[in-house]
Design a binder for this molecule. Structure first.
Ligand code: NCD
Length: 311
């Protein structure tokens, strides 16, 4: 296992399967009344969040605590970062405090890569700008495997604001590595200009791919990253790219609906679709803890068994 988790593009098929299989083992613990394992006792995990987050921050904290690590939560607001301290000086401070792992979310694409050069511990990318969000893709793949079995040959359609989505990029690489066929659907204005090396298909027509999808993953329209108008109106966007009950009805019977959250209910996804039995949105959050446990465990103590031993 590698020292850092910065990008799903770095993961081999064996690495990815090891993380997913380890998460499957650790999921057994989540079903117990006492959910804690002693595996990372004495290790320190720092959550370093420069951008807002609900699910990812809480689930990394829960994952580290369930493995008995000491957790330090650092949010840029209220820290010396607001006094202008640089990422490098912040990193050196964490280093001086003996962090074994740093989980970082940052608005700048590439920030986790820089951090990895400055600290001795493991760095986990929890979302960097519009670049990658590897643990989200891993929890998505874990959720798909649980619902659909092996991902080889499965058709996954990812719909919406691909341009600003680190979730889409991480999923495209990981799903390709796991043998799935990915189609991205978006208006031309919400697709990156250079996608030559992305291992996926692209379509502008949601309705044309609906009936051929095993998974439909909706992306949030990321208003906070938009500095211009990318589509005529919210209504027009929903009409062409929103998942409503009528479109849900045209998906294959076994197909599932996913969304990484947070959702714009009524825009990219109708409330009744988000809450229906075929939606895995809440499951994705639960699975996020398990998958992040697997990642922290493999990075920090890969040689000891995940479960068993002196429990
Ligand atoms: C995503 C993110 O922050 O990249 N959310 C998440 O981590 N669950 C997607 C988003 O913000 O739309």
């Amino acid at each position: 296992m590698m020292r850092h988790l910065l990008s799903t593009a770095d993961l081999s098929r064996d690495d990815a399967l090891l993380i997913l299989d380890t998460a499957e083992q650790l999921a057994q613990v989540s079903g117990r009344s006492i959910k804690k394992l002693p595996t990372l006792r004495g290790r320190t995990v720092v959550n370093l969040f420069f951008e807002d987050s609900t699910r990812t921050r809480i689930s990394f904290e829960a994952a580290a605590k369930r493995l008995s690590a000491d957790v330090i939560n650092f949010s840029a607001k209220g820290s010396s970062v607001s006094k202008g301290e640089s990422l490098k000086d912040t990193a050196l401070t964490l280093q001086a405090m003996g962090a074994d792992a740093v989980v970082i979310r940052h608005g700048a694409s590439g920030a986790p890569h820089r951090l990895a050069n400055w600290v001795d511990g493991s760095v986990v990318n929890a979302g960097d700008g519009t670049h990658e969000h590897p643990t989200q893709a891993l929890l998505d793949a874990f959720t798909m495997r649980r619902r659909l079995g092996d991902l080889d040959g499965r058709r996954v359609t990812i719909v919406g604001d691909v341009l600003h989505s680190r979730v889409a990029r991480s999923n495209v690489h990981l799903l390709h590595t796991l043998g799935a066929e990915v189609t991205l659907v978006a208006p031309p204005t919400l697709l990156p200009v250079a996608m030559g090396d992305w291992p996926c298909e692209v379509s502008y027509d949601f309705d044309a791919v609906l009936s051929k999808s095993d998974v439909v993953m909706m992306l949030r329209v990321q208003h906070e990253r938009m500095n211009a108008s990318y589509f005529p109106s919210a209504r027009e966007y929903s009409r062409r790219y929103g998942l409503d009950p009528e479109r849900l009805g045209r998906m294959p019977e076994e197909a599932i609906v996913m969304h990484p959250g947070p959702m714009n209910r009524g825009m990219e996804i109708a409330a009744e679709v988000a809450d229906c039995a075929r939606s895995t949105i809440v499951e994705q959050v639960t699975n996020g803890v398990t998958v992040r446990m697997a990642v922290l465990y493999l990075l920090l103590s890969g040689s000891e068994p995940a479960i068993g031993g002196n429990q």
